[in-house]
Design a protein around this ligand. Structure first.
Ligand SMILES: Nc1nc2c(ncn2[C@@H]2O[C@H](COP(=O)(O)OP(=O)(O)OP(=O)(O)O)[C@@H](O)[C@H]2O)c(=O)[nH]1
Ligand SMILES: [Mg+2]
Ligand SMILES: [Zn+2]
Length: 294
């Protein structure tokens, strides 16, 4: 038994890792997840469903999640979304305000205390609406890579994935289309990590819904025509593992920009992409697919 249950001062249990924390604490002492998540879950009196957005560093997780939340709160596609707590709005605000200034948002820091978390009540308008409470953290790709390479480096990631009802796996389609094997290997490692975590029996395929999102598809528009075919051709290792071990996988293409420019500064030769005009495409579809399966 863990110390969680014997600590007399433990008053509130972290939603992510179940560690007991003092009721005044703001973040979990074990995994650094905000305890506001727990307070809000208690207030709602139901267990939220966790959907995690995973992918390599620089694949576009922060941008994707920021746009997704913003579209949901603007009632795109008949969705309605209510943020629980102001902390839930920070991520979308950062992303949208950067893009309005024609800049991409900064890289997510490695430290889990710096990550943005979003807790939303979401439903699709219908005669009998089904409300889903979603917790979606924006993790740093490098932290995820460290956890995959040596499990339990980032306890918060392990707890999160273990509790996830669904996952959005973001893959850099532009890199894959250019012949890089990096996106394929990263996705392969990530899925084998999940396989090790969720596998019940060797012969039984894993039912966790996983939406594989081919990001930056503006660089390779053929992705939009047939994401499955693109994945089979350009991400063949990932494709094969999905076929043999995962029963509930779908492929999507997404992009947030309509046109890009490139700039360099006088001091350095680093080329920075400048999003000239924002044109989100394929952002809601993978999310809608996941929500329909959890
Ligand atoms: N062309 C294009 N580029 C994109 C798009 N989305 C993201 N990018 C580029 O990808 C970069 C990284 O995006 P982020 O969302 O910060 O990536 P991340 O996955 O959060 O990376 P970490 O925080 O390091 O894990 C951006 O700075 C953009 O240059 C897109 O839809 N199209
Ligand atoms: Mg990020
Ligand atoms: Zn915790």
């Amino acid at each position: 038994m863990s110390t969680t249950y014997t600590d007399p001062r433990a008053e509130i249990r972290c939603l992510i890792c179940d560690t007991g924390n003092g009721s005044e604490a703001a973040v979990c002492r074990e995994c650094s997840a905000p305890l506001a998540l727990t307070h809000d879950a208690i207030a709602l009196d139901r267990q939220p469903r966790i959907v995690t957005v995973v992918g390599d560093s620089n694949v576009g997780k922060t941008v994707y999640l920021g746009f997704l939340l913003d579209m949901l709160s603007q009632r795109a596609n008949e969705f309605e979304a209510i943020p629980k707590g102001a902390y839930s709005v920070s991520l979308q605000q950062t992303v949208i305000s950067h893009m309005a200034w024609r800049m991409f948002p900064p890289k997510t820091p490695m430290e889990s205390t710096e990550w943005h978390w979003a807790y939303y009540q979401v439903c699709k308008r219908a005669r009998r609406p089904k409300w889903v409470d979603l917790v979606m953290p924006d993790m740093a790709g490098e932290a995820l890579a460290a956890e995959i390479d040596s499990p339990s480096t980032f306890r918060v990631i392990r707890s999160l994935l273990g509790k996830s009802a669904g996952a959005l796996l973001l893959v850099d389609a532009a890199l894959a289309a250019n012949g890089s094997t990096r996106p394929d290997f990263f996705a392969l490692k990530l899925l084998s990590y999940l396989d090790g975590m969720f596998a019940v029996k060797r012969k039984q395929r894993i039912g966790l819904p996983i939406a594989i999102v081919l990001c930056k598809a503006d660089y390779c528009p053929e992705c939009f025509d047939d994401p499955r075919r693109f994945a089979e051709a350009n991400l063949n290792r990932l494709w094969n593992l999905c076929e043999s071990r995962f029963a509930n996988v779908a492929f999507f293409a997404a992009s947030v920009v309509g046109s890009l420019a490139y700039s360099t500064s006088a001091e350095s030769d680093v080329v920075t992409p400048v999003p000239l005009h924002v044109a989100p495409r394929g952002i809601l579809e993978p999310f809608e697919w996941i929500v329909g399966r959890i």
